[in-house]
Design a protein around this ligand. Sequence first.
Ligand SMILES: *[C@@H]1O[C@H](CO)[C@@H](O)[C@H](O)[C@H]1NC(C)=O
Ligand SMILES: *[C@@H]1O[C@H](CO)[C@@H](O)[C@H](O)[C@H]1NC(C)=O
Ligand SMILES: *[C@@H]1O[C@H](CO)[C@@H](O)[C@H](O)[C@H]1NC(C)=O
Ligand SMILES: *[C@@H]1O[C@H](CO)[C@@H](O)[C@H](O)[C@H]1NC(C)=O
Ligand SMILES: *[C@@H]1O[C@H](CO)[C@@H](O)[C@H](O)[C@H]1NC(C)=O
Ligand SMILES: *[C@@H]1O[C@H](CO)[C@@H](O)[C@H](O)[C@H]1NC(C)=O
Length: 244
Amino acid sequence: MHTWFMVFIWAWCLPLMFAVMAAEEQQGGGCSAKCGNFTISDPFWLTDRETGRSCGSPGPRDFELTCLNSTHPVLPSFVPHSADFAIIDVYYGERSLRVVDLGKMPLLHDSSNTNSCLPIWNTSVKLAPPFKIAHVNLELILYNCTEEAAAAARLKKELVQAKTMRCLNTSNTFVRAGVPYDPTGKYSGYALEGCDPIALPVLRLPSGKTNASHYEQLIMEGFLLKWDLPPPPRKFTPSNHLLF
Ligand SMILES: *[C@@H]1O[C@H](CO)[C@@H](O)[C@H](O)[C@H]1NC(C)=O
Ligand SMILES: *[C@@H]1O[C@H](CO)[C@@H](O)[C@H](O)[C@H]1NC(C)=O
Ligand SMILES: *[C@@H]1O[C@H](CO)[C@@H](O)[C@H](O)[C@H]1NC(C)=O
Ligand SMILES: *[C@@H]1O[C@H](CO)[C@@H](O)[C@H](O)[C@H]1NC(C)=O
Ligand SMILES: *[C@@H]1O[C@H](CO)[C@@H](O)[C@H](O)[C@H]1NC(C)=O
Ligand SMILES: *[C@@H]1O[C@H](CO)[C@@H](O)[C@H](O)[C@H]1NC(C)=O
């Protein structure tokens, strides 16, 4: 008797439940803005790479994320055809993100196949406002040196020779850590003749420093990005209309 009553109630509620679901579908695009165990919320929104559907509330294009492999939200690089940034953590309150520059992943793998190497960019050039590298990061500089320059670099105590680095000849590649962030991106004080520098931000170790010997771990742990809020829309008032 009791059970029958429950079934009756359930059957009676069913159309109502469908109505609510349909309403949600229309309103929110029918998808929760989830990627792996990340819930994407304002100002970010999510586009499904396969279906092209948007979840969340589409806002400025800068804040559009995609979902990589159904596990990690990805912030696109501002340089076309260059590798994006995988998001590891989002701190909405601080307006910051911890990200890994996927363009640096090849550096962590040994491979004899050097044909598939894309150019490796300085991380800062792949970012544009409202995103900026937080000043708490330190830079890691990779030097891709000529043979003569490598001989000189080997004598420098502060440089560590690379161990595994696909796309670069490790005998001629050196790592420097702990370089303070330079907003101009020039790092002119750290130039080495005969060596091409590639700069990427990394987080400080709990000691407050970074150690070039641990460059693989440092690259994997990512760095902090901050974002600025878009300026509030300007109100149209008759007085500023008259002025312009
Ligand atoms: C996400 O889930 C994985 C396991 O699937 C877990 O290891 C990780 O800590 C979770 N991350 C967050 C931010 O909850
Ligand atoms: C994507 O996920 C699969 C398993 O679901 C895993 O084997 C693969 O390594 C992942 N790829 C990336 C790029 O994370
Ligand atoms: C490293 O330098 C060599 C020449 O010294 C150049 O051919 C090569 O493309 C450079 N590699 C990268 C990844 O910048
Ligand atoms: C890497 O550099 C070393 C020393 O300059 C050289 O002997 C070696 O042939 C180079 N390896 C490759 C794969 O270019
Ligand atoms: C990275 O930045 C340094 C310093 O501005 C510059 O010398 C170097 O050519 C840049 N590397 C690439 C690959 O753009
Ligand atoms: C950096 O790490 C290496 C290897 O773990 C260690 O031998 C070295 O003492 C460390 N250097 C500094 C300055 O902490």
